[in-house]
Design a protein around this ligand. Structure first.
Ligand SMILES: NC(=O)c1ccc[n+]([C@@H]2O[C@H](COP(=O)([O-])OP(=O)(O)OC[C@H]3O[C@@H](n4cnc5c(N)ncnc54)[C@H](OP(=O)(O)O)[C@@H]3O)[C@@H](O)[C@H]2O)c1
Length: 275
């Protein structure tokens, strides 16, 4: 990532805010970043959490998006899918040739967005996830053939400040969104359910959280740091005829695997319906 690039985050909520935090934690120059929001309360929150960033709400300055876009080398579009085409139309006349637009909007394709982008401006679609906030994000990138190589390098550089990047064909974007974009929610849901199950065994909420969260973060580290297959790490906990085997058999009977497949299919189908 070119350290002198000027960046505009247009629509800085939970996802764009997480990327912004990852970027700042990597040592990026906060004074080169503008972040816009709809309400003044959100802009005020950003000023507190991201000191040095120029956070502006369109409630205070209705031209904030256009102003930020006009001086940006990179524009990150972080609004909801229904608002993205209108936002792009709003800033189109302000963008300079050579600007890179990074859309993190789920569901909307490059083709959906291209008609809203002026000639000479590059567009890359990105699907990040919220662990970006702690530098452990997973971002998929897709672009049309013919996108300048330096635009891709800039996008990779930006998202690598908050984690891992995978460049994929756009046809896989909905699938990636269902797996890693939404994935943190599946994990947190599982942690919530698992913590409640531990409380039902008699642990206080605090003790249950410690047990569950330490077990999950420890297991994630074991997986990442050993590079072992999850199946072999699972086998190492599962003595034949032991207690773990009993619990896994119940998860299998409750059609855990089938439920997970159906959940991902539902997420993908919804991404397609948003177009
Ligand atoms: N959440 C995720 O895990 C995730 C993952 C991948 C991709 N995405 C994509 O990221 C996008 C945002 O999702 P999110 O979860 O971050 O939603 P969010 O928290 O609601 O963020 C949307 C932000 O846009 C702001 N906004 C709305 N209209 C605006 C406008 N006209 N100009 C400037 N700012 C405006 C809102 O401001 P206020 O706060 O003042 O209302 C808010 O800060 C969506 O397109 C989603 O598909 C999300």
């Amino acid at each position: 990532m070119n350290s002198t690039a000027t960046i505009a985050f247009l629509g800085t909520g939970s996802m764009a805010g997480a990327i912004l935090t990852g970027l700042l934690n990597s040592g990026a120059d906060a004074s080169a970043i503008t972040a816009t929001t709809r309400t003044e309360a959100s802009a005020e929150r950003l000023r507190n959490t991201s000191p040095g960033v120029n956070a502006v709400s369109i409630a205070q300055d209705p031209a904030a998006n256009r102003r930020a876009a006009a001086k940006a080398d990179v524009v990150v579009i972080g609004v909801e899918p229904g608002q993205a085409p209108a936002l792009l139309d709003e800033i189109a006349g302000s963008l300079r040739p050579g600007t890179l637009i990074l859309s993190i909007v789920s569901g909307l394709t490059l083709a959906d967005l291209e008609g809203h982008i002026p000639a000479g401006v590059s567009l890359i679609r990105a699907m990040p996830n919220t662990p970006a906030r702690v530098g452990a994000g997973m971002t998929g990138l897709a672009m049309e053939e013919g996108t300048p190589h330096d635009a891709l390098q800039t996008a990779v550089g930006l998202f690598e400040t908050s984690g891992t990047v995978l460049v994929i064909p756009e046809s896989q974007m909905d699938a990636l969104s269902a797996v890693s974009g939404s994935g943190p929610a599946y994990f947190f849901y599982f942690v919530e359910q698992f913590t409640e199950a531990a409380e039902r065994l008699g642990f206080s909420h605090e003790a249950a959280r410690t047990l569950v969260e330490t077990t999950f973060t420890g297991s994630a580290r074991l997986l990442a740091e050993t590079g072992s297959e999850p199946g072999s790490l699972r086998a190492a906990v599962t003595s034949p005829g032991g207690t773990t085997e009993q619990a896994l058999a119940v998860l299998g009977r409750k059609q855990y695997e089938e439920g997970l497949k159906e959940a991902l299919d539902a997420a993908m189908a919804h991404a397609a319906r948003q177009r």
